[in-house]
Structure formats: C-alpha cells, structure tokens
Design a binder for this molecule. Structure first.
Ligand code: GH3
Ligand code: MG
Length: 537
C-alpha cells in the first residue's frame, strides 16, 4: 500500500471516532428528551460528550461535526447546571441535534436482500390476520438473526409449539377472524406448557382494559395497540433473549438488625439469589461500588439515618438512578409508606416478612429492571454492551485494578476488509458475521471479561486481572480459531479475519488506555492485518 492510501485509511479510521462520539451525543440527548424531569442530572454528561465531539472533530478535520458540536455547546451555556431543560432551549437544541444526526447518518451499504441461512436462536412464531404484515416482520426478524414463521390457524400454531417451543409468539388478539380468537388460542396453548411462553399481543381495534387483562393473564408480556412498530418489536424480542439467561439477581440488603439481615440473607440465598448484607448505613456507597446490586432492600428506620434518606443518596448517583429499591419496616402507617415511595422507593414490605412475598416482589422488580437496563446498555444487533457502557465498565475496572493492585488489559478488535464482505455478500450477511464474532467472543472469553461493540465492526474487550502476555495469547488463539470459521452465505462460504490491539493498563486514564489499544490495533492493520499487537507502555 502506498503512503497516500495509508494516510487515507488512517483518516477513515479516525473519522469513525468522530461518528462514534456523535452517536454518544445523540444517545445522551435521547435520554434527556425522554424524561425532561430528570434532564438536570444529564446536563453535564451531555456537555462533556459534546465537548469531546468538538475536540475529536477538530483534530480529525471534520468540519460539519465540529460546527454542530460547537452550536450545541453554545446553546448549553444557557442551560445552568442541575436544572431541568426548558421548552424554548429544548427546541433550539433539537434543531442543532437534527443537524448533527444528518451529518452522522451512516451511508447505507448496497443492500443485498438475501437473508442469512443459518440461525442459532429458537424461533419466533407469528400469528397475525394481516399476511403482508406478517411476511414483512419475518423479513425484518431474519435480518436480525431470528428464525420466524407465520401461521394461518390456531391449531397449526399449537402443533408447532408442541414440536418446537418458540422464544416468543406475536399474536393478534382477534386472530383467526373471530373476536378474541387469538386470546382463546393462547389460553389453550399455555395449558400444555409448564412454563408459559412469553406472548406479545397486538390489536388494531381493541385496547380496552378487559382485553389487556385477559392478555396479561395468559402470558401476555407486551400489548401493542393500535400498531406494531417492527423496530420496537425486535428490541422487545432481544430483551427477552437476554432476560432468559438466568443469572441470579444481585440483591443488597441494608438492615441495622444483624438478626434480621441474616434472616433475609438466608431467604434470598435459598431462592437462588446473590445477597450482600450490610448493617451499617455508612457502608452503603462502598457496597454499591463493590457489589453493583440490581435490587436494593432498605430498612426504614436505622440509628443515624432513615432508609428514605439513604434512598435519596442512592438516587443521586446516575448509575443507580433506576435500581429498584424496596423498603422494609414494621411501619403500617400508609401515609408514611406513601412518603417513602415518593422519595424514590418502588415497593414497601411490612415486617415480619413473608418470604414468598419478598421473592415475588424481587422477581417482578428485577425482571423489569433488567429489561430496561438491557435497552440502555446493550447493542441490539449483537447483545454485547454498547459503546457508552463499555467505557463505563472500563472506568470501573480501572478503579478496581488500582484498589487491588491487579493488572488489567484492554483490547480492540476490528474486522479486516469488512466493507468487502458487505459489498460481496450483502449487508445482512455482514450483520451475521458481526453476530458470529460476538458469539465467538462470548464463548471463548471468561465470564469476568467484558465484551462491547465499540462501533460498527469494532469490538472492545476488558480483561480484568490479566497480564499483557496472557491477554495477547488468548486473543491470538481466538483470532486463529475465528479465521478458520466458515461463514455461510447462501451456497457459498467464506472466511473472515480480524486485527487486534491490546494495551495493558499502567496507572493511566481510560482514555489513554483506549488510545494506546487503538494505536496498537492500527499497527496490526498496517502490518498486514489478521494479527494481534501488544502496545508498548
Ligand atoms: P480494514 O481492514 O481496514 O478494517 O477495512 P474494512 O473494510 O473492515 O474497514 P472500513 O472502515 O473501510 O469499512 C467498515 C465497514 O463496516 C463499512 C461499514 O459499512 C461496515 N459496517 C459498519 N457497521 C455495520 C453494521 O452494523 N452492519 C454491517 N453489515 N456493516 C457495517
Ligand atoms: Mg475493519
């Protein structure tokens, strides 16, 4: 490769930094936009993201992005810290955001309509009156790697479920042409299965509470009315897939009575949950950081402070903003319970605790929290952590490595000549390659490693407590195995390789660590691809 084209490649490589950062800005704006009452808490994060965008865009000479970013920063001057966003400013910011998203939109590659031929997932069944809509949905789902089939009658559906239990069923409430025919089919179907199949109901005619109740009672997890948006549907299905991995819930209990705390611990452990108990409220911050609970149970009254005060402190941290909090107390005064809820609690359980009630509450809260979280932190194509969350995990692991005096490695992976895969076999096959690499990484790495989709065809891996030479060896092994994998495309097959850069943390910021891994990745590219480079300190 000559000098000029090397330079052009490098430029393109870094251009992606800018577009990735632009997406971080757009994502943050989306969150602000969705809940303006909480926007004050996101203002600084949004400003920092926009600032970084401008710096990157200037560095890599991308004028449109730099201008859009500067306009956002100028508008942010009128948004004081810790206040919520006002209407007029929101309109102006939206305008600037629109400009930015126009510059960031990915040019869609030439799309070859061919769908992937092999699927790993269990099927999704579709029972809709509208055939055209059903086949459109199937195509969409296949694009995301789901195997979907449509059914014309309830009997066929029930038979198919007996043969192969689906991940989920999309069911028209009035399926089969009769009012509530779909509901009746599902009721009949669920009786034959020990664990109910999650159902997504839709109806374009009837969104009444009676119908919704009946749907929910026979396993209806979602109710789309009056229309189904395919994008949303796919996200729902994706969420169920993650929900299906039955990791035990991580529950933090704060109760000043050691006996009560011990009792709770026993109940939770018996139910297969991971419990972490503290009896001193002053330990809460430390426990949050160390244990990262998914659900928090707080005693209402403790010496020195109340559960409500602790809840408020917990809610002040962005990360724990939406973690469910359950209060425990002998308090039977309803007014006080309501007050406690208004201060950021989700549920209230009265002592003595009925273990069944406790476990059911945790399951309900936990499941909802997990599916919400999955939408926020995961990439919908691969199910890996998204860019923002990967960086967040990296920061967390750096803190841990520093505390424990352990080593830590960060790797960046970029598929080689991926554009050619898209151009030759079509975008859907390209997507399937991304998913196959993501599954490959999940299979080969330890549970304690974090895998993220960093950008389009770039992945990032955080390897805690790992020495640089070990990280390099592991990644080299993965690289070799992956390069041998046959990727099917219709009746052809092809192989794909990736390049990788690894950096070992040396008491530096996450940004510096990322940049070193990125440079090492680029060295791998420059040295001919399909190799792993370890960054110098
Ligand atoms: P190199 O070896 O230098 O990395 O070459 P490359 O072709 O892999 O890199 P380049 O940056 O030129 O192209 C990356 C391609 O990845 C272009 C883009 O369309 C494609 N891509 C990005 N995100 C996705 C995605 O979500 N799905 C698919 N199918 N393709 C994607
Ligand atoms: Mg590439």
């Amino acid at each position: 490769m000559n000098d000029e084209s090397q330079k052009e490649k490098l430029r393109q490589h870094f251009a992606r930094r800018v577009t990735t950062q632009a997406r971080v800005v757009l994502d943050t704006w989306q969150n602000i936009h969705e809940d303006k009452a909480l926007s004050g808490a996101l203002r600084n994060e949004f400003a920092a993201a926009a600032d970084k965008l401008v710096r990157y865009a200037l560095r890599f000479e991308m004028a449109a992005h730099a201008d859009a970013g500067k306009r956002i920063l100028a508008l942010l001057e009128h948004w004081p810290a810790n206040t919520n966003l006002g209407d007029e400013l929101e309109r102006q910011l939206q305008d600037a955001i629109d400009t930015l998203s126009r510059s960031t939109l990915r040019r869609t590659d030439h799309q070859n309509a061919e769908a992937p031929h092999q699927f790993r997932r269990t099927p999704v069944y579709i029972a809709l009156g509208n055939e055209e809509m059903a086949s459109r949905l199937i195509r969409q789902l296949e694009f995301f790697g789901f195997r979907a089939s449509a059914f014309a009658t309830g009997d066929e559906l029930i038979e198919a479920c007996a043969l192969h239990k689906p991940e989920t069923i999309l069911m028209d409430v009035n399926f089969g042409g009769s009012t509530n025919g779909g509901l009746a089919t599902i009721e009949q179907l669920q009786e034959r299965h020990d664990t109910p199949i999650p159902i997504i109901f839709m109806s374009d005619e009837d969104g009444s509470i009676e119908t919704r109740l009946r749907a929910s009672r026979c396993g209806g997890e979602e109710f789309f009315y009056p229309a189904v948006d395919p994008g949303q549907l796919i996200e729902k299905i994706e969420t169920y897939t993650h929900g299906n991995t039955v990791e035990p819930y991580k529950v933090l209990v704060l109760d000043d009575s050691r006996a009560q705390a011990k009792y709770m611990e026993t109940v939770l452990r018996k139910a297969g949950m991971t419990a972490h108990i503290i009896t001193d409220p002053m330990q809460i911050i430390h426990a949050l950081e160390e244990f990262s609970p998914e659900i928090i149970i707080l005693d209402m009254y403790m010496p020195g402070c109340t559960g409500m005060e602790i809840a408020r402190v917990i809610r002040q941290q962005d990360r724990f903003h939406s973690v469910p909090i359950i209060y425990l107390s002998a308090e039977e005064d309803v007014t006080k319970q309501l007050h406690a809820m208004s201060l950021g609690g989700d549920d209230f359980l009265t002592k003595p605790i009925d273990p069944k009630h406790l476990i059911a509450t945790i399951h309900n809260r936990g499941r909802r929290a997990r599916s919400l979280l999955a939408l926020m932190i995961r990439d919908s194509l691969t199910g890996l952590f998204n860019h923002t969350h990967t960086l967040h995990l990296l920061d967390q692991e750096i803190v841990r490595a520093r505390q424990k005096g352990q080593s830590l490695c960060f790797a960046m992976i970029d598929i080689d000549y991926f554009k050619k895969v898209n151009d030759t076999f079509g975008h859907p096959i390209g997507d399937r390659v991304l998913r196959s690499l993501s599954m490959f990484l999940k299979q080969r790495l330890r549970k304690t490693d974090h895998i993220g989709r960093y950008g389009g065809e770039e992945f990032a891996i955080i390897l805690p407590d790992t020495r640089p030479s070990d990280a390099r060896n592991v990644l080299n092994e993965i690289r070799e195995r992956f390069s041998e994998l046959q990727q099917p495309a219709g009746d052809q097959e092809f192989k794909v390789t990736f390049s990788c850069g690894v950096a070992s943390w040396s008491d530096e910021s996450s940004q510096s660590l990322c940049e070193r891994a990125d440079r090492a990745l680029y060295t791998s590219k420059a040295e001919g691809r399909n190799c792993v480079t370890l960054a110098n300190d």
